[in-house]
Every structure is written in structure tokens, then in C-alpha cells.
Design a protein around this ligand. Structure first.
Ligand code: ADP
Ligand code: DP6
Ligand code: CO
Length: 321
């Protein structure tokens, strides 16, 4: 019997992954770039036991028959050359399927814990390739800080690369939780609809790839204005694409728009803050530490019922005792 526990943090994509060129092994259409977050994470415990007759999976204490998790475990078993089964127990310290990237921390933690439980000793690069097969955004959660997912075009050359693991910049991300209930359109189905039907998709891919060297330069220069503008524009381009799909869709809720407008107002008042959104209605505000309090105060005043959760740059994958 072997028990392995791993913790992985979610990440916020600043240049987003929004579409696959291979849906089986998850190869993205464009490179993406993210910041790993300290506030949201998943802890996953995997028990390899020769006496087990099949794999099992529980999330937050509830048994779930997840075909995605079982397919992932089949793949790890095949890599390991073993034929035993595992018990997976996972706890999300992040709302599940709410556009707060639970699939990123989930599959990064599962990749680390399950591969080790099956007796594999993978490098971080290979862990990122493995996590990728569970969920694209999980590729980047193997590393801390600023990370790039090199899209590649096959299983070997599609992996994450750390850009700045120890972030020397007091960057914060404030999640304004408009709605933490599971979303209706998963990332997986939303992005595929866009790839298949948006007439603007090719332009998105070019623009996203071109933005990566620009955001890296802004980070090296500690130019927060350029960093924020690039992030915000990339997010809005992704959400604009959704409106150009067939059938068109949107993750915005009325309050998402109100919060974005409040951030624009803060900017006009001289407080620098930018927003980004993923596949869900929650707005993520990017700011420097020195402005975090005043931004949160302003939002609390306008939207007293909305929960604000602040993150700092987070660590990469960790094995727990
Ligand atoms: P999110 O915005 O939360 O990443 P997604 O639609 O991308 O939403 O992914 C949610 C998927 O990830 C769901 O299928 C969910 O069951 C799965 N998932 C979430 N947490 C875990 C976990 N800890 N272990 C395994 N799978 C998980
Ligand atoms: C908008 O990684 O959740 O958060 O690969 O199908 O599991 P699958 O999708 P997922 O998509 C993330 C989309 C995004 C942008 C990003 O994280 O880059
Ligand atoms: Co996800």
C-alpha cells in the first residue's frame, strides 16, 4: 500500500487558453500565460492498494463517478506498467466548476499524487504534460508564480515552463464572487463551440500568441499599466469571441458588468486596477498590493453582498506528509 498527498494551487490566465487543436490529449491552439494563486487550491490523496478491485474518487467527501477522473487514472496506470487500483480523495479549497479554475488545481494535484502513488517519479515538466491531459489550465498549475504553457503540437512538446516562480512584485488578484454556483457552459464545451464556429477565431490565436512576449516584458519592467492593460484586453477578446460563436453565449452576468464598470471608474479616479474573467461570471481584479485595500473598500461600498477573496502569487505543486 502506498499513500501520496499533493497540493496544487489554481492559476489565473492573463493570456488565456481558449480552444484546442487536439481534444483527446489536450493540445491548445495558442500559448497561454498565468499567475498561480495562493488562496485557491486542491488537496488530493491517492492510495494505491493491491487489494482494491477498482478505482474510486471522492470530491469534498462525496463519491463521484467521474469518467474524466477514471480515464485519467487509466492513463497513469498504463504509464506506470502496474495493474493495481487507487482510491482518490480530493478536497477543493475553491468553488467547483464556477470559473475559479478548480479544474486547474484539481488535475495538477491528481497528476502529482496519482503518478507517485503508481510508483512513477516524474519531472515537473512531465507532471505538467500529465496534468494537461486532465484539464488544459492544470498544465500551468505545476509551477508557482508566472508560468507559460508552450502550446506545441504533440504530447511531448506541449508543457508548462516557469517564467518567474518567485514573483518579485506585490501583485494581488481579488476575486469578486458574483456567483459561485456551477456554470451552465463548461470551459470545455464553450471553447470548442468557439473553435468550431467563430469567424474570428484565427485572429484570436495570432493576437494571444503575440501578447505573450509583451506581457513578459511588462513584468520584467515592472510596468503595471502595460501588464494590466494587456491582461484586461486579452480577457475581453476571449469573451467577445463567445458572442461571435454559433450558438453565441456569454459568461457575463449583470453584476459582472457593474463590477467591471466600477473598476473603470476607479481608474478614472487615479487608482490602478484591471479586470479579467474566465469561464464564469466572477470578476478577477488585478492590482498592486498598495492599492488592494482601497479597491476592496470601494467595491464593498458599492456591492456589499459580494464576497471578495484576495490572492497573492502562489506556489507550485507540493507533496504533503
Ligand atoms: P472550473 O472553472 O472550476 O475550472 P471547469 O468546467 O473547467 O470549471 O472544470 C470543472 C471540472 O473539473 C468538473 O468536471 C469537475 O468535476 C472537475 N473537478 C473539479 N474539482 C476536481 C477535483 N478536485 N478532482 C477532480 N476533478 C475535479
Ligand atoms: C477561460 O482548462 O478548464 O480559464 O482543458 O477543457 O479542462 P479544459 O478547460 P479549462 O479551460 C480554462 C479556460 C480559461 C482560460 C485559461 O485558464 O487559460
Ligand atoms: Co477549468
Amino acid at each position: 500500500m502506498k499513500i501520496v498527498k499533493a497540493r496544487a494551487h489554481t492559476n489565473i490566465a492573463l493570456i488565456k487558453y481558449w480552444g484546442k487543436k487536439n481534444t483527446d490529449i489536450i493540445i491548445p491552439m495558442n500559448n497561454s500565460f498565468s499567475l498561480t494563486l495562493d488562496h485557491f487550491y486542491t488537496d488530493t490523496k491517492v492510495t494505491y492498494d493491491e487489494n482494491l478491485k477498482k478505482d474510486s474518487f471522492s470530491l469534498n467527501g462525496e463519491e463521484i463517478e467521474s469518467q474524466n477522473v477514471f480515464n485519467f487514472l487509466d492513463y497513469v496506470r498504463q504509464l506506470s506498467g502496474k495493474n493495481g487500483f487507487v482510491k482518490v480523495e480530493s478536497i477543493n479549497h475553491v468553488p467547483t466548476t464556477a470559473g475559479l479554475a478548480s479544474s486547474a488545481s484539481a488535475y495538477a494535484a491528481l497528476a502529482a499524487a496519482s503518478s507517485k502513488a503508481f510508483g512513477l517519479d516524474l519531472s515537473r515538466k512531465d507532471l505538467s504534460r500529465l496534468a494537461r491531459r486532465g484539464s488544459g489550465s492544470a498544465t500551468r498549475s505545476i509551477y508557482g508564480g508566472f508560468t507559460e504553457w508552450i502550446g506545441g503540437d504533440n504530447d511531448l512538446n506541449s508543457y508548462a515552463k516557469p517564467f518567474q516562480e518567485n514573483v518579485e512584485w506585490d501583485i494581488r488578484m481579488i476575486a469578486a464572487v458574483v456567483n459561485s454556483k456551477p456554470k451552465k457552459i463548461t470551459s470545455r464545451s464553450g471553447m470548442q463551440t468557439v473553435v468550431n464556429t467563430s469567424p474570428f477565431y484565427g485572429e484570436w490565436v495570432k493576437n494571444a500568441n503575440n501578447s505573450i512576449p509583451l506581457i513578459k516584458k511588462a513584468i520584467l519592467d515592472k510596468n503595471f499599466t502595460t501588464f494590466g492593460e494587456i491582461s484586461e484586453e486579452n480577457a475581453m477578446k476571449m469573451h467577445a469571441l463567445n458572442l461571435t460563436a454559433h450558438p453565441h453565449f456569454s459568461y457575463f452576468e449583470p453584476q459582472s458588468i457593474e463590477i467591471m464598470q466600477a473598476i473603470e471608474q476607479l481608474r478614472q479616479d487615479g487608482i490602478e486596477a484591471y479586470y479579467t474573467m474566465d469561464a464564469g461570471p466572477n470578476v478577477k481584479i488585478i492590482c498592486e498590493g498598495k492599492n488592494s485595500e482601497v479597491i476592496q473598500k470601494a467595491l464593498k461600498l458599492k456591492f456589499p453582498e459580494i464576497e471578495l477573496l484576495e490572492s497573492k502569487p502562489g506556489k507550485g505543486i507540493q507533496f504533503l506528509d
